[in-house]
Design a protein around this ligand. Structure first.
Ligand code: NAD
Ligand code: WQD
Length: 348
C-alpha cells in the first residue's frame, strides 16, 4: 500500500511512519510504502533520517507547505502512482499560541487541509485518516469519567476549532460522495517515544505539555515543574488525563488505515487507554524511570483545563480491533531513554 503521511517528520508522524515501515517485520501481509510531506515548521528531517536508520528502509520525503496550493498540486501531479490512503498530521498544535494567533492557526490548519483534500480528489485518492483531538470535547467533560465519541463537541480555543471544523468537513465530504472514506481519530494525551530512544518529541522552546516539561526537569534543563492546581475534584487534587504511548497511537493509525478498505463514509474514534493518571502520579512515575529528583511547586489552575479527561475505548476496539498495549512504566522508560540520550532533542 502506498501511504502519504503529511507532517510525517513531527512527533506522532515520525513514530507512525516507523510503525508502517516495520509492519512487514511484524508478520503483516501488507507492506507499506511511505511518502512524507512536511514544511519542517515544527520538526526537522533528522527524525526521518533516524526512522530510516532504525528500519533500514527508505522514506521519500518532500519539503512541502500545505498552504501553498500550487505546490501541493505539483507534488500530487509528480507522483507516478496514486496514493491508497493519506494520514493527515500536518498542523500547528499549541493551544495557547492559537489564542494569540488565530488567523495563523486557521490559515495553516484549515487551508492546509482544504488544499490537501482538493488535490487528493483530483488525484483519485479519497481515503483519509485525520489527526483530531480530545480537545473537541471542550468543557463538556467536567462530569464525565470515560468520554464516548457521541458526547457533544465544542471548542474552547482556535486550535480546537480547527479540529472540529476539519472533522465536519470530512463528514460533509463523505456525505457528498460515496467514494470518500474518512476516519477522525481523537487522540488523548500522547507521550513516550520509540523504544530505541532515537526518535521522540522535540518541542521548540519551553514545553507546554506536562510530560515534555517533566522530562526536561528530570534531565536538568528546567529547574522545577509548576503543577497547575491541586484543588480539582480528583483523588489527589491534580488534573487527571488519559496518557497514551506514542507507539500505541502509531498502531492505532495502522489499524485505521486497514479499516479504510471496508469502511463506508466517515467514522470517529477515540484513541486512548481508558485509564487516567494525575499530574502527581505522572511525576512519580517519571522519577522512578529516570532516577532523578523532579521538584515541583503547586501553582494556580491553568485557564481552560478540566479536572479529568479519559477515553472510552470501546469503539476503537469494536471498529478498529485496536487496544493500547503499553503501560505507564513503558511510557516513562521510553521517554527517559529518548530525553537522556538527546537532552537537546534533534538539535545536538
Ligand atoms: P508536531 O508539531 O510534532 O507535528 C506536526 C508536523 O506538521 C510538524 O512536523 C510540522 O512541521 C508539520 N506542519 C505543520 N504545518 C504544516 C504545513 N502547513 N505544511 C506542511 N507541514 C506542516 O505535532 P504532533 O504532536 O506530531 O501532532 C500531529 C497531529 O496530531 C497534529 O495535527 C496535532 O494537532 C494532532 N494532535 C496532537 C496531540 C499531541 O498532544 N501531540 C494531541 C491530539 C492531536
Ligand atoms: C496535562 C495535565 C495540566 C503542564 C493538551 C491539549 C490537547 C491535546 C493534548 C492537542 C493537566 C497539567 C501541564 C505543566 C501541569 N493536544 N500540567 N503543569 O491540557 O490535557 O491537553 O495536549 O490536540 O488539545 O490541550 O495536556 O500535557 O498540557 O496537561 O500541571 O507545566 O498536566 O494542568 O492537568 P492537556 P497537558
Amino acid at each position: 500500500m502506498r501511504v502519504l503521511v503529511t507532517g510525517g517528520a513531527g512527533f506522532i508522524g515520525s513514530h507512525t511512519t516507523l510503525g508502517l515501515l516495520m509492519q512487514d517485520k511484524q508478520g503483516d501481509q501488507e507492506s507499506y510504502e511511505v511518502v512524507v510531506v512536511d514544511n519542517f515548521s515544527n520538526s526537522s528531517p533528522e527524525s526521518l533520517k533516524r526512522v530510516m536508520e532504525i528500519t533500514g528502509k527508505t522514506v521519500e520525503y518532500h519539503d512541502l507547505d500545505l498552504r501553498n496550493k500550487s505546490a501541493v498540486k505539483e507534488f500530487f501531479d509528480s507522483q507516478k502512482q496514486k496514493f491508497d490512503a493519506v494520514v493527515h498530521f500536518a498542523a500547528l498544535k499549541a493551544v495557547g499560541e492559537s489564542v494569540q494567533k488565530p488567523l495563523e492557526y486557521y490559515e495553516n490548519n484549515l487551508t492546509g487541509a482544504l488544499n490537501l483534500l482538493e488535490c487528493m480528489r483530483e488525484s483519485g485518492c479519497k481515503a483519509i485518516v485525520f489527526s483530531s483531538s480530545a480537545t473537541v470535547y471542550g468543557n463538556a467533560t467536567k462530569d464525565c469519567d470515560k468520554i464516548t465519541e457521541d458526547a457533544p463537541i465544542s471548542a474552547t480555543n482556535p486550535y480546537g476549532r480547527t479540529k472540529l471544523f476539519i472533522e465536519e468537513i470530512l463528514r460533509d465530504l463523505c456525505k457528498s460522495d460515496k467514494d470518500w472514506k474518512a476516519i477522525n481519530l481523537r487522540y488523548f494525551n500522547p507521550v513516550g517515544a520509540h523504544e530505541s530512544g532515537r526518535i521522540g518529541e522535540d518541542p521548540a522552546g519551553i514545553p507546554n505539555n506536562l510530560m515534555p516539561y517533566v522530562s526536561k526537569v528530570a534531565v536538568g534543563k528546567l529547574e522545577y515543574l509548576t503543577v497547575h492546581g491541586n484543588d480539582y475534584p480528583t483523588p489527589d487534587g491534580t488534573g487527571v488525563r488519559d496518557y497514551i504511548h506514542v507507539m500505541d497511537l502509531a498502531e492505532g493509525h495502522i489499524a485505521a488505515i486497514k479499516k479504510l478498505s471496508s469502511l463506508q463514509g466517515e467514522i470517529t474514534v477515540n484513541l486512548g487507554t481508558g485509564r487516567g493518571y494525575s499530574v502527581v502520579e505522572m511525576v512519580e512515575a517519571m522519577r522512578k524511570a529516570s532516577g532523578a529528583e523532579i521538584p515541583y511547586k503547586i501553582g494556580p489552575r491553568r485557564e481552560g483545563d478540566v479536572a479529568m479527561l479519559c477515553a472510552s475505548t470501546e469503539k476503537a476496539k469494536r471498529e478498529l480491533g485496536w487496544v493500547a498495549k503499553k503501560n505507564l512504566e513503558d511510557m516513562c522508560n521510553d521517554l527517559w531513554r529518548w530525553q537522556s540520550a538527546n537532552p537537546n532533542g534533534y538539535r545536538q
